[in-house]
Write a protein of this length. Structure first.
Length: 322
């Protein structure tokens, strides 16, 4: 009777009750019961469920054991990105097919937000964990860059008209200079390239700075080019201290220069970074490519309206328009 009850409890009740409460799939518990029973006999039968739960917890909180959580839990895997999987498998052709299929049902900016930008975030995360080497990251970024450049032929996201191309006197408006600066590395620079493709603010002159510039070099470039608007682009996780330091230096050296920060990636790291930037006094922050375009449009309209009201011959430089 004891053997029958124990078998029924371990094989039926525990998988249903414990599996539902701990988030472990019933199939995983059944397989665990068979495995531990085969390995340790009756002792393994008694310890199968607790051991399986412990392995599931380890897979949830220990990065190198993440695969255990994927195999044992019944919850859907968050952040599963087929495009990124194809890139890691060095299958660039299949990755391009995935992007083209997404373009059939979504606009370009949404494809960037839901497919390519998460892949860049996963690239940084796996690089920090040591799963990807520097060479791997370079190959993944280069493959994505080629796909992005191929997508440049697609129509940009429709943006509301800012105003006529001429002022009240009929003279053509002087293009507003927008300067894009990657916060840290090539991944950030590629994300800014996506933003440049999808955010069409006419008339503007958009320039992108190279990655890995020191804060002093960025300030010097800003002073040299005198942009009307500066956009910092960052893909999290990683590089948050450098991004905050760069924002503080720009605020200190160019206090009246309008600044928009694009902070893209996984939701939790982005939320933490945005909260820190808010504390630093940065108001215009976009967490997706689309919202960053909206922030740029909002600041651009403010600059255009102030320039339209400025008396001729009494204007200041673009960078002084706050």
């Amino acid at each position: 009777m004891f053997v029958l009850l124990e078998l029924g409890t371990s094989s039926v009740l525990e998988p249903v009750l414990f599996g539902h409460s701990t988030g472990i799939s019933q199939v995983a518990i059944l397989v665990a019961v068979l495995f531990w029973s085969w390995l340790w006999g009756p002792v393994g039968l008694l310890l199968s469920t607790p051991l399986t739960v412990c392995l599931s917890v380890l897979g949830k909180y220990v990065s190198p054991l993440t695969f255990l959580g994927m195999m044992l839990t019944d919850e859907p895997v968050e952040g599963l990105n087929t495009y990124y999987q194809r890139l890691v498998a060095r299958d660039q052709d299949e990755a391009a097919v995935i992007v083209e299929a997404a373009l059939l049902t979504q606009p370009l900016v949404e494809v960037y937000d839901t497919v390519l930008m998460p892949a860049l975030s996963y690239t940084k995360e796996d690089s920090q964990r040591g799963i990807l080497t520097a060479t791997d990251v370079q190959e993944l970024v280069q493959a994505t860059r080629e796909i992005v450049e191929d997508l440049a032929t697609h129509a940009p996201t429709t943006v509301p008209e800012v105003g006529p191309a001429t002022d009240e006197a009929g003279a053509p408006r002087v293009p507003v200079r927008l300067l894009g600066c990657p916060a840290r590395d090539d991944v950030d620079a590629l994300a800014l390239r996506m933003l440049q493709q999808t955010c069409d603010l006419t008339p503007t002159v958009v320039d992108l700075l190279p990655p890995r510039l020191l804060a002093s070099d960025v300030v010097a470039r800003v002073a040299e080019t005198q942009p009307a608007l500066l956009c910092l682009g960052a893909v999290v996780p990683g590089g948050v201290p450098h991004l905050r330091y760069l924002c503080k230096q720009l605020r200190l050296r160019c206090p009246t220069l309008p600044l928009v920060v694009g902070c893209w990636g996984a939701p939790e790291p982005v939320a933490e970074t945005v909260a820190l930037l808010r504390v630093d006094g940065i108001d215009h922050i976009g967490t997706t490519v689309q919202t960053t375009c909206d922030q740029l449009l909002q600041v651009y309209q403010l600059i255009a309206s102030q320039r339209a009201r400025r008396p001729e011959g009494k204007g200041r430089s673009d960078s002084s328009v706050a």
